[in-house]
Design a protein around this ligand. Structure first.
Ligand code: ZN
Length: 459
């Protein structure tokens, strides 16, 4: 009995340990570096994200690859052992690292054993402050970036891009609306001085956020102040404002992808209206609702598409919701009709209240498990930096709860107030048309043979 009592007491003592992910230890170092620390679930590991506030969008079209080029250059080595030596040092610490350049930022991503966290941070600081950029490393990094972009940018590809033929649907629409660059940035003519300049003006502590999640070292704050705190702040470059819609786009277009094939893709894109207040979660719920509506309509009821989906994406400074379906070539018209009816019906009757509630509750439930583990939590903080202030990240769960059916209906009616942009992607020929062409050719050959034979026998 005493034993049982002890077990009960013990269980009672185990804290119901639920980590409040919104709450972090966040502060600015005197040089402006923003630090976000969070003890995570796994104590023997740390996830580190160093987010530098510079990305593709900070440069004009022909210079967009500059931040990406610098990101690669920073892994070229800090001494004569070069990039291999750098990698060996990270391996010896048991860590792995990588970096990513996006439209909005450049981020260094590290996973490492907690016991080596300060040594790993030393190495990260070394590549930021000690890497010597030279022409050899520049040439090598240019080749890597070129390969990542899909190989050498040929004249044919450039010409196709100019004709709007080399892009996927949302990219093509963004180009048509004047929201993004029509062509890939050149890489060959980017110069070392430009990369140096970018590093000097943008890689400043007051333009960086350091996120560390996991088994935090007790001495970490003092260490950071002593090391990262010594980086000199500079006036960071002015961020370019994103492109706004400046051109008209056609309502419907067929985009060719490849020469031969029986499949097609339908994308129907709608620019989100600017609503008053923070409507981020309203549009998130609306997108989830539309995702279900497409699945129900195109797959369950009509078996036209296996993976129809809805997505939200940024096009320049605008966000768009797309309705997407993979289809057979012949089913494109039928799918378009069904979607038109679905949109009309939504406009008239509004969202189905029970379905909306179910999708809303599922979205709220999802928030409880999507950021499990140090790495996922660190990625979450990285993606949610815009919602961070004074040691707190905004809590998406409470915002989701606040979205009412009326809010979602209002957003939906405003979204579908414009006809949107329909884009069909398909190859030049379907197999059927190829068979018809082949049959025609065989017929002509037979006919010619027959005529020739007839002439010879009549001579
Ligand atoms: Zn890259």
């Amino acid at each position: 009995m005493r034993c049982l009592l002890f077990v009960c007491l013990l269980l009672g003592c185990v804290p119901s340990f639920a980590l409040d992910r919104s709450q972090v230890e966040g502060y600015l170092l005197p040089n402006g570096l923003q630090v976000i620390l969070k003890p995570g679930y796994e104590r023997d590991h740390v996830s580190i994200r160093l987010v530098v506030g510079v990305g593709f969008d900070d440069f004009p079209c022909d210079r967009r690859e500059l931040p990406h080029l610098l990101e690669h250059l920073l892994f070229s080595g800090i001494d004569e052992s070069g990039e291999g030596g750098l990698e060996e040092r990270m391996q010896a610490l048991g860590g792995e690292w990588n970096a990513y350049t996006s439209n909005a930022d450049t981020t260094f991503v590290i996973e490492a054993p907690a016991r080596n966290q300060r040594k790993v941070l030393d190495l990260l600081l070394a590549i930021l402050s000690q890497t010597q950029l030279d022409e050899n490393a520049l040439e090598l990094s240019k080749k890597i970036v070129e390969r990542e972009d899909g190989g050498h940018y040929s004249h044919l590809q450039r010409w196709l891009d100019r004709q709007d033929l080399g892009h996927g649907s949302s990219d093509q629409l963004a180009v048509e609306l004047g929201l993004t660059c029509a062509e890939r940035s050149s890489i060959d003519d980017l110069r070392l001085e430009e990369v140096d300049d970018l590093r000097a003006h943008w890689y400043a502590p007051n333009n960086m956020t350091l996120i560390v999640v996991g088994g935090l070292d007790r001495l970490l704050p003092a260490y950071l102040e002593r090391t990262y705190g010594q980086l000199d702040p500079v006036e960071p470059g002015e961020r370019r404002s994103l492109e706004t819609v400046v051109q008209q786009a056609e309502a419907t277009r067929v985009l060719t992808s490849g020469w031969l094939g029986n499949s097609a893709k339908l994308h129907w894109l709608f620019l989100e209206p600017a609503l008053e207040g923070d409507r981020e979660q309203t549009f998130n719920l609306l997108q989830r609702y539309l995702d279900w509506a497409l699945y129900s309509e195109l797959r369950l009821k009509h078996s036209l598409s296996y993976g129809p989906s809805s997505q939200r994406e940024m096009l320049g400074n605008s966000s768009a919701i797309s309705l997407n379906a993979d289809l057979d070539r012949e089913s494109v018209d039928e799918a378009e009709d069904l979607l038109r009816k679905m949109i009309d019906q939504l406009r008239q009757n509004g969202l189905d209240p029970a379905t909306f509630e179910r999708i809303k509750q599922a979205a709220i439930a999802r928030e409880a498990w999507t950021t499990q583990g140090n790495a996922a939590l660190a990625d979450y903080y990285w993606s949610a930096l815009g919602d961070y202030a004074d040691g707190r990240f905004a809590d998406p769960t409470s915002k989701l709860r606040q979205v009412s059916l009326e809010d979602a209906n209002q957003a939906m009616r405003q979204l579908f107030a414009e006809p949107g942009y329909l884009r069909i992607e398909r190859s030049v020929f379907g197999y059927d048309s190829i068979y018809r062409v082949l049959a025609g050719i065989v017929g002509l050959i037979l006919l010619a043979g027959f005529v020739w034979h007839k002439r010879r026998t009549s001579q």
